[in-house]
Design a protein around this ligand. Structure first.
Ligand SMILES: Cc1cc2nc3c(=O)[nH]c(=O)nc-3n(C[C@H](O)[C@H](O)[C@H](O)COP(=O)(O)O)c2cc1C
Length: 406
């Protein structure tokens, strides 16, 4: 298929894939994404950095051929860089290796095993294991590697094109967006930052301490000021790298807004009434409120708002002596995401309605404490809330708003 490559710097091209159609990816809701592959043309060698999801390579090959035509070079990839094992970046590696069997595959030691397990046809491929600050010379241009274990998988690494200051960061700094333009400034800023926040919340939150450590390491190596562009493996390319670096630093250190996320579910709408009364109290106290109804909303959107909320309220009714089960999906997710690793214990209130012994609120509060939330109060009431009971919710919301704004 014919497809155009996009020149992003002198001798550097985006040759990735626009996936218009994907709507769910490991439980993450999205409206399309891109798999960003990049070509770097040195005077002697050409490197391909990362590739695309299995079965989506037609577009990528079209763009690769276009880039070679634009550069007037013989169609030959000399160096393959695989920053990360995950299939959305490595799915075309077996085809690339088949076409260019002599080209060494640069990756971390852990990645070799992972890639061979994913793609048995690579068992005799010429892997070249790299460590931090190893480099490959393309002729007048060099690629420097930086291991990034657990950012976000054990095999992850970054590749830095030193002469132009381009950091190929793989998943770090990415966003699940599918736009026709490739650069940060070519799409609305709110859309870009919202998608970046969602990506951080869902993929980077538990790694927050490692993010800060990596920033220190990059600073100590004197690389931070050399980064002129960040080219991630999903979404837009950052021509303003400090914008996303400082956003990551804020999220990693638990910087939050005067904002509360309320998450609830309900069977007969009593817990919903409570949620709305809490919201009114919070709004009256001057904080922003975001509301999620678990019956309709899903976890990858919810955690995006938890990331910059100082408090999170959970409302759940009792069913068969237990919390209504939709909350279980979120609780398991929150356990894994470990929001307290951002250096902030988010405040919480837990509430709900019941019709007998109840108990859902207490059980949920215990779960939330185990997930690192500071549960300030619990409020469980019998069946449909009275006006007085709703006023109590309102007042609890207002008091929480005052505490948040202290
Ligand atoms: C199938 C079912 C099972 C229930 N089991 C319990 C229970 O074990 N203990 C209890 O206190 N209430 C139980 N209830 C009562 C609800 O908790 C009560 O109706 C509550 O007001 C529902 O809140 P909601 O309107 O927010 O859904 C049950 C309700 C239903 C529909």
């Amino acid at each position: 298929m014919k497809a155009d490559a996009v020149k992003i710097a002198d001798g550097v091209y985006w040759a990735g894939v626009l996936d218009w159609d994907i709507r769910k990816y490991h439980g993450y809701t999205l409206k399309g994404t891109t798999y960003n592959a990049y070509l770097v043309f040195g005077e002697e060698k050409v490197a391909l950095i990362d590739n695309t999801y299995p079965g989506t390579s037609t577009q990528m090959w079209g763009r690769i051929k276009d880039a070679f035509e634009k550069e007037g070079r013989e169609f030959k990839i000399d160096v393959i860089v695989q920053n990360h094992v995950e299939k959305d970046h490595s799915g075309a590696l077996p085809e690339i290796h088949k076409k260019f069997p002599e080209a060494p595959i640069y990756c971390t030691e852990v990645a070799v095993e992972g890639l061979k397990k994913h793609y048995p046809s690579l068992k005799d491929a010429p892997f070249k294991v790299v460590k931090s600050l190893d480099s490959v010379d393309l002729g007048g241009k060099s690629l420097v590697f930086l291991e990034a274990p657990l950012l976000h998988w054990p095999d992850s690494m970054f590749t830095f094109y030193a002469e132009e200051g381009i950091l190929f960061s793989n998943d770090a700094f990415g966003q699940h967006l599918c736009f026709t333009k490739r650069f940060d400034h070519e799409i609305p800023e709110y859309v870009l930052m919202d998608a970046t926040k969602k990506f951080y919340a869902n993929l980077i939150t538990p790694l927050s301490k490692l993010v800060l450590k990596k920033f220190d390491e990059v600073k100590e190596l004197g690389l931070l000021e050399k980064i002129k562009m960040i080219a991630p493996s999903h979404g837009q390319i950052w021509t303003d790298p400090m914008k996303v670096i400082s956003a990551y630093a804020d999220w990693a250190t638990g910087k939050c807004e005067d904002k509360v996320t309320i998450i609830y579910d309900t069977m007969h709408y009593s817990t919903q009434k409570m949620a709305h009364a809490f919201a009114e109290g919070l709004i009256s106290g001057g904080v922003e409120v975001v509301m999620y109804y678990l019956h309709e909303d899903e976890r990858s959107e919810i955690v995006k708002d938890i990331l910059d909320s100082k408090a999170v309220l959970f409302g759940i009714p009792t069913i068969y002596d237990e919390p209504y089960p939709s909350i279980g999906d979120l609780i398991y997710y929150l356990r894994g995401l470990k929001f307290n690793r951002t250096g902030r214990k988010r405040l919480s209130l837990v509430f709900g309605s019941m019709g007998g012994e109840g108990g859902a609120v207490k059980k949920l509060a215990e779960e939330l404490k185990a997930c690192g939330f500071e549960v300030l109060d619990e409020y469980e009431l019998y069946y449909v809330p009275t006006e007085d009971e709703l006023e109590k919710c309102y007042n609890m919301g207002k008091r929480l708003a005052a505490k948040i704004k202290e």
